[in-house]
Write a protein that binds this ligand. Structure first.
Ligand code: MN
Length: 424
């Protein structure tokens, strides 16, 4: 694992998130112009839409790079993914003959807006972090004992694709129904316990038809890449609504993803095994694949007007109990069709110590233990104006594979429409 040198000088720095080894896929717009497919290289973006139009990139079955989203490439399958990555590596390598022509298609990341890299067709969120599940049990039920199914099933719920947004998109504090523990009846209003969940998102490239079970290895081959994912959560709304059918409005108001899809190919050198199981998984979930990745993750919080962000958490994706491939296999096994653009949230990623917890619910132990920011302010949950940022990178000796920030600022709750009574 060593740094591959590029003729784009900023891509050769040891601390760039986007060396030639990475080549993540995003969508950008210059000056409010059309959405264009781009590839991050150092502090620049290769305009892949322009490169394809100029004949510098040739896609099998193409053109595939002019849709303003990566879904056509994602649907085209692993051979096309490998071919595109090989072309990009050759074009951007130090000494490439196409350098002069390709330089015309580079734009500075600082000069563009990042848009959603894909159309999210479906969104499912899992609960595959053991430490998180044990912490939530201790907080909510007074016992860290896992639910009886947890060591056997990758637990999940079907979420909302309509509220998945790209990093930088502000999120309104949700209005909703909740019931305080000492209240006789529920009340309605802005959430008072607004939280994050530090997760990775796996993106399905090649689809699987309805009624067709897949193996874990097939599932692994269907995954196009990964993003950072913040599953914003309103704990008070969630706590009132979630039994017996699971999360609903407490999780439906916003899910943020990082702007760059880091491919499974770029992450291949960082694969790690799933942990030892005290119960072997049932045979349909059995696999020899090392389906997790060594990706260092952190969470930062910055109040409105503060000069600096405070790092709340540092943890690692390799701590998860189930891999995305195992989750995808389980998702499809009963007959559920999986689509190009299906997004699978890993579940909150928490490590064993408090400095590794991936949600404020855990960091403040349900609000009972406020924590202090570098500004001197304290927090239990998110205040209006706070910006929460997830960061992540797989780190080798001479390079890093980064994702770009996954950030969101919380706005006050949206005003309620007048109801019929008010209109009178
Ligand atoms: Mn979640």
């Amino acid at each position: 694992m060593s740094l591959q040198k590029s003729w784009v000088e900023s891509a050769n720095s040891a601390d760039t998130d986007f060396p030639l080894n990475n080549l993540p896929y995003g969508v950008f717009s210059s000056g409010g112009g059309e959405a264009r497919c781009g590839v991050a290289i150092g502090d620049m973006i290769l305009d892949a839409t322009a490169a394809e139009a100029a004949g510098l990139l040739t896609m099998r079955g193409g053109p595939l790079l002019n849709a303003g989203v990566w879904n056509p490439v994602m649907a085209a399958g692993a051979d096309v993914w490998a071919d595109l990555r090989a072309q990009l590596t050759a074009l951007l390598s130090h000494g490439a003959t196409a350098q002069a022509a390709l330089a015309e298609t580079l734009v500075a990341q600082a000069d563009v807006d990042m848009l959603m890299p894909m159309q999210v067709t479906e969104y499912t969120d899992f609960y595959a972090g053991r430490q998180h599940a044990e912490n939530m049990g201790a907080i909510l039920r007074g016992s860290a004992e896992l639910p009886a199914n947890w060591l056997h099933i990758p637990i999940g719920y079907n979420g909302r694709a309509s509220s998945v947004v790209v990093s930088g998109t502000p999120i309104h504090r949700p209005n909703g129904q909740s019931k305080a523990p000492d209240a006789a009846l529920p009340s309605f209003g802005p959430s008072k316990r607004l939280d994050i969940e530090l997760e990775m998102g796996a993106i399905v490239g090649t689809p699987s038809p309805m009624g067709t079970p897949i193996t874990v290895d097939q599932a692994d081959d269907m995954i196009f890449g990964y993003v950072l994912l913040n599953d914003w959560s309103a704990r008070d709304i969630q706590g009132w609504e979630y039994q017996p059918l699971g999360p609903f409005q407490g999780k439906a108001f916003g899910t943020s993803i990082s702007p760059w899809i880091v491919t499974a190919a770029a992450l291949a050198p960082f694969r790690t095994p799933t942990p030892q199981r005290e119960h072997a998984l049932l045979p349909y979930l059995a696999s020899t694949t090392d389906g997790l990745f060594d990706i260092e993750l952190s969470v930062l919080m910055q109040p409105a007007g503060a000069a600096t962000a405070t790092k709340l958490t540092t943890t690692n994706y390799s701590r998860m109990y189930y891999s995305a491939a195992e989750q995808l296999c389980h998702h499809a096994v009963g007959g559920c069709g999986m689509r190009t653009g299906d997004l699978l949230g890993s579940g909150t990623i928490s490590g064993p110590s408090k400095s590794e917890y991936g949600s404020l619910m855990e960091l403040s132990w349900a609000g009972r233990e406020p924590f202090t920011l570098d500004t001197g302010e304290t927090r239990t949950f998110i205040e209006d104006g706070d910006t929460l940022t997830l960061r992540g990178a797989a780190i080798a000796d001479t390079y890093r594979i980064g994702f770009g920030d996954c950030a969101g600022t919380i706005l006050p709750a949206a005003p309620m429409p007048h109801n019929a009574q008010d209109k009178g």
